[in-house]
Design a binder for this molecule. Sequence first.
Ligand code: F6P
Length: 341
Amino acid sequence: MRIGVLTSGGDCPGLNAVIRSVVHRAVVDHGDDVIGFHDGWRGLLEADYRKLDLDAVAGVLATGGTILGSSRVRPEQLRDGVERARENVAALGLDAVIPIGGEGTLKAARLLSDAGLPVVGVPKTIDNDIASTDVTFGFDTAVGVATDALDRLKTTAESHQRVLIVEVMGRHTGWIALQSGMAAGAHAIVVPERPFSIDELTEVVGRRFAAGKRFAIVVVAEGAKPRPGSMDFETGGTDVYGHERFAGVARQLAVELERRLGKEARPVILGHVQRGGTPTAYDRVLATRFGWHAVEAAHLGAFGMMTALRGTDITLVPLAEAVEQLKTVPAERYAELDCVL
Ligand code: F6P
């Protein structure tokens, strides 16, 4: 069998572990050939690739980023590129294509699969918002980085009697905010799933100072928004890939909380540090298992499917199901905390 693999969309710790696992399972156990496309879908559309053998993936298990490079592609570029992709898959003699990516990548994978291409998807995103899989690799690493940052920020916040508003990633969902905030004992957690009330947030933080505490840590997911009409709020429009640009919720909350409470408030934006660097052991293992099962799916002819974690098992789910809806944080999870607004 000849397999093409690519990584697309925002990078994520564990991508290299998947690539390595695909190569190991395919080359060592099945005697397959594997090629890796450069920079995501662009590599497939332009037939820009290199051969991946065992040497090519030596030493990458613990590394961050992606050895193949990644890119974002505009939805219309891919729609227009279906024929080109089909031609290149045929010309390169590929029996399977394994795209590793998030929501956008899996939608594109579905498009190609619907057009008859032999695709097996592997989900990734630090945001952990892909339905049909309990967890995506990268999430555990991001939560660890955010938790470490929150632990560190607590000491400086206390020294200066400040409110620190820490913005973590999470466009549509608050998984990173919830988990890191819970792990670090944040005093308020603000998530995109629930538009927040600035009055309520002011009250929660104000109550803490009134009780004699000298600092407060608020964790906010980048995609969080106030209840309509409850505060002036700047939004940032849309980028060329159709993604919402954020105008900085932590910055805006810091200004508002400082004004309302008379306490110094500072925004801290963790940004891409959450996505960089070495994956945790959990993420390496999940990524490795996904890679192994993606190769097995290709050998079984289970195309149009995606690997998924259900409980402790890896299963295959239809790509169609995977991209239907996002996995948001369920209300029961908020109920376990008294600090989620
Ligand atoms: O989807 C993963 C993610 O890390 C989001 O949390 C974040 O909003 C986005 O990617 C950032 O994308 P970019 O690297 O293109 O700025």
